[in-house]
Design a protein around this ligand. Structure first.
Ligand SMILES: [Zn+2]
Length: 355
């Protein structure tokens, strides 16, 4: 055991009761940007092709302050692999992602981070076709079983835009006896795609035994906050809030609906997913969101698609922490022109108005 680590790492619920839990997400977007998987199908093939890159990103997020190493199985499910003709890679991909997460968690200094397994929207479930219940439950069960085998600390079930599918995900996790964090992805309509309003959806999952319920993905800080407030008011269990770091608005409340016009606009009429850069939130906006949500009583916080380590570090610092990467947090007092350090050259400081 490492010298500075507590004898027994704290579990998810204890950490939530004592303080807050930060969870970095957004692996799919970040690894697409870096050229390791394809926008569109969005399948995490990088897990098998470049496991060292996935491990490196886990480590970067850990240095920035994440408490959770989330195994990168997002969209590594049967339906997505079928889409790219690689269903035979399902089990190796899932198991490899889990083992990468465990090995990173075991390699870092201090208290061992939590390792989470992941299941998500299958794109198979259809409220009008109840035969898909069994099909989807089987997909969840096999993934949850691999995560249990890999000794994860808890399961994340995320980005559900149908209440009914989230309910199936929770049931699968409960059958395996693991703690469950379930988050909804709220699109433009008032409620979820099967008509259930968010507060009711959260309440029903709490009744079904969820440990943490909330929202992730789709909405930026500004348009996610009212949802978070609504959910916080409607349940007594812990609440999760993991926005995308994009400047969504009342007219364009989701990152899928953000759009720009102009001569150099994106192909098509949407900026999603590959031309969202001009809408990106800076680190201080993400910190402000985390602070506001925390004050509201929300204890499970993070960032989804679009997240960079600087966003995560900023949230950690807003919660009063100093993760390893805080060693390099900004110190503009030592900037050659904008700084105030006594040893700086005056002619550069005087140049500041012309910068
Ligand atoms: Zn996302």
């Amino acid at each position: 055991m490492k010298a500075d680590a507590p004898a027994i790492p704290r579990g998810l619920l204890r950490r939530l009761d004592e303080d807050a839990v930060i969870c970095a997400e957004g692996y799919l977007f970040e690894l697409e940007r870096r050229g390791y998987l394809q926008a569109g199908p969005y399948v995490p093939e990088v897990v098998l092709e470049h496991p060292e890159v996935v491990a490196g990103l886990h480590l970067e997020f850990w240095r920035a302050g994440t408490d959770v190493i989330e195994a990168f199985t997002y969209y590594g499910h049967r339906e997505k692999l079928r889409l790219i003709g690689r269903e035979h890679l399902l089990e190796p991909l899932q198991k490899r992602a889990l083992s990468i997460a465990q090995s990173v968690a075991g390699s870092v200094a201090g208290e061992r981070p939590l390792v989470a397994g992941n299941i998500c929207n299958t794109n198979v479930w259809d409220p009008a076709d109840r035969a898909t219940d069994a099909q989807v439950a089987a997909m969840f069960d096999e993934q949850v079983a691999w995560a249990a085998e890999a000794n994860v600390d808890f399961m994340i079930a995320e980005t559900f835009s149908f209440f009914g599918e989230a309910e199936l995900a929770l049931a699968s996790i409960r059958r395996a006896g693991m703690p469950a964090v379930v988050t909804f992805a709220h699109h433009r309509e008032e409620g979820l795609r099967d008509g259930v309003l968010l507060d009711e959806a959260a309440r029903r999952l709490e009744e079904a035994g969820v440990d943490v319920v909330g929202v992730n993905c789709t909405r930026g800080p500004r348009t996610m906050l009212p949802d978070v407030e609504r959910i916080r008011r409607s349940v007594s269990c812990h609440v999760a809030a993991l926005p995308v770091p994009y400047r969504t608005t009342d007219d364009q409340p989701t990152f899928q609906s953000l759009g720009e016009t102009g001569a150099h606009g994106p192909p098509g009429d949407r900026s999603f997913p590959t031309a969202l850069d001009p809408f990106t939130c800076h680190r201080y906006e993400m910190a402000a969101f985390a602070r506001t949500a925390y004050e509201m009583g929300v204890r499970y916080l993070g960032v989804c698609c679009g997240a960079g380590p600087h966003h995560v570090r900023s949230i950690a610092e807003a919660l009063g922490r100093r993760p390893p990467a805080s060693r390099y947090s900004p110190d503009m007092s030592r900037h050659y022109a904008l700084g105030s350090d006594a040893t700086l050259r005056r002619h550069n400081q005087e140049f500041v108005e012309k910068l």
